[in-house]
Write a protein that binds this ligand. Structure first.
Ligand SMILES: Cc1ncc(COP(=O)(O)O)c(C=O)c1O
Length: 397
């Protein structure tokens, strides 16, 4: 027997850091849905665009591969891509492409680099919730302490700047700001962001700005966190081609940070992936610098779906959600149903064939919410809400 083995599998060697890791509730629902042999399921749990990558991007990648772009690139990535990324992230030229940008395997790798370079065991990672579940797992991976700051549902989960600032202290390593937010679609304003970064700076903490949805904003414009502050040295910005360009499978994202952080992060990046996939980097370059017309079409489709979704939610008598200002999610308050969010999600799947993400995965305080995605076409979205309506009617609410 191996003394390091887990309690469930005493004969199997496992590092202790694996013990407390939880699977995301979204994945759990996704896996459950796979067990249903039903083409008619309506998938509203999905976190990726239903569009294929625009043809000019795929063609650029094919041409690059045929032309020999099948080797490692430099660890940091293609210089011309880094330049395009630096231009894309901020309008105030906060990042020097050579010193401050690493092309990563998606924003998920960029997030790992932030945790690896900035969090010591026991350090606090402050996350306004509801939030994307990955932050909790990444905190556990580096032995940090995950601290939730629940946002007020009565205020539509708007950023509570006072409360968040008050929670930042000398043990804080990171504060996560996701704007637009997954799962609420809220977009944070310049003053609120500036206040949080300056509080973080006063405690020598760093704000990690997760801006993967920054181009999918419908009623307002998103402010880049690095642009909103006089303390860009206390900001790490993550971004990605995944959502804006319908490129989730290409795995291209970025990590932008002050030079010493980038130097440290490059060592982890080099050891783990060496570089982002070369062919995908060429695709990303075409995405950022090529024809934007197909990308605007996708954006317009998301905007129409957002408007439709707002109407569909309004038509349900006992369900509400904050109006999604960005991303492609709505966070539904289903507290009128007398059950927890996992039970509701499972019943919606089992009895009505509609897949949702239970609120419990997004924070301690939202076990009476469901996340639905509008990254699906208008007919399926309408059908999904009809089924949710039937469920509510059967529950008598
Ligand atoms: C808030 C947020 N950040 C980061 C990511 C990761 O994106 P990528 O595909 O670039 O790794 C996701 C994916 O769902 C997300 O929702």
């Amino acid at each position: 027997m191996c003394p390091q083995g887990s309690e469930q599998h005493p004969e199997t060697r496992l590092a202790k850091r694996t013990f407390g890791l939880e699977r995301s509730a979204i994945r759990e629902m996704f896996d459950l849905a796979q067990q249903y042999d039903d083409d008619d399921l309506v998938h509203l749990e999905i976190g990726e665009p239903d569009f294929d990558t625009p043809a000019h991007i795929t063609e650029a990648a094919t041409t690059a591969a045929e032309g020999g772009a099948t080797h490692y690139t430099s660890n940091a990535g293609l210089p011309e891509l880094r330049a395009a990324i630096a231009d894309d992230i901020t309008s105030e030229h906060r990042y020097d492409p050579d010193a401050n940008v690493i092309v990563t395997a998606g924003a998920m790798e960029a997030l790992s680099l932030a945790f690896l370079t900035l969090v010591d065991p026991g350090d606090e990672v402050i996350v306004p919730t509801p939030a994307w579940p990955n932050y909790r797992t990444q905190t556990a991976m580096v032995g940090g302490e995950y601290v939730e700051v629940p946002l007020d549902r009565e205020q539509g989960f708007a950023l509570d700047t006072e409360r968040l600032a008050a929670s930042i202290n000398d043990d804080t390593a990171l504060v996560l700001l996701t704007t637009p937010s997954n799962p609420t679609g809220q977009v944070y304003d310049r003053d609120a962001i500036a206040r949080i970064v300056s509080t973080a700076a006063a405690h020598d903490a760093v704000v990690v700005a997760d801006e993967v949805y920054k181009d999918l904003v419908y009623d307002t414009t998103a402010t880049a966190v690095a642009d909103a502050t006089d303390h860009p040295e206390h900001v790490v910005t993550l971004g990605s081609c995944s959502k804006t360009y319908a490129m989730t499978g290409w795995r291209v994202g970025w990590f932008a940070a002050p030079e010493p952080v980038v130097d440290a992060a490059t060592k982890f990046h080099e050891s783990v992936v060496a570089c982002a996939p070369s062919v995908s980097q060429h695709a990303a370059l075409a995405a950022l610098t090529g024809d934007q017309a197909p990308i605007e079409e996708m954006y317009e489709a998301f905007r129409r779906r957002r408007d439709l979704l707002v109407d569909l939610v309004d038509a349900l008598p006992t369900v509400t959600c904050p109006r999604p200002e960005g991303a492609f999610y709505a966070f539904l308050d289903v507290s009128s149903v007398d059950a927890d969010s996992m039970t509701i999600s499972k019943r919606l799947l089992d009895e009505h064939g509609v897949v949702t993400a239970p609120g419990v995965g997004f924070g301690a305080d939202v076990d009476d919410h469901l996340r639905v995605s509008f990254a699906t076409d208008e007919d399926r979205l309408t059908e999904g809400f009809e089924r949710i309506g039937q469920f509510l009617e059967a529950e008598g609410v």
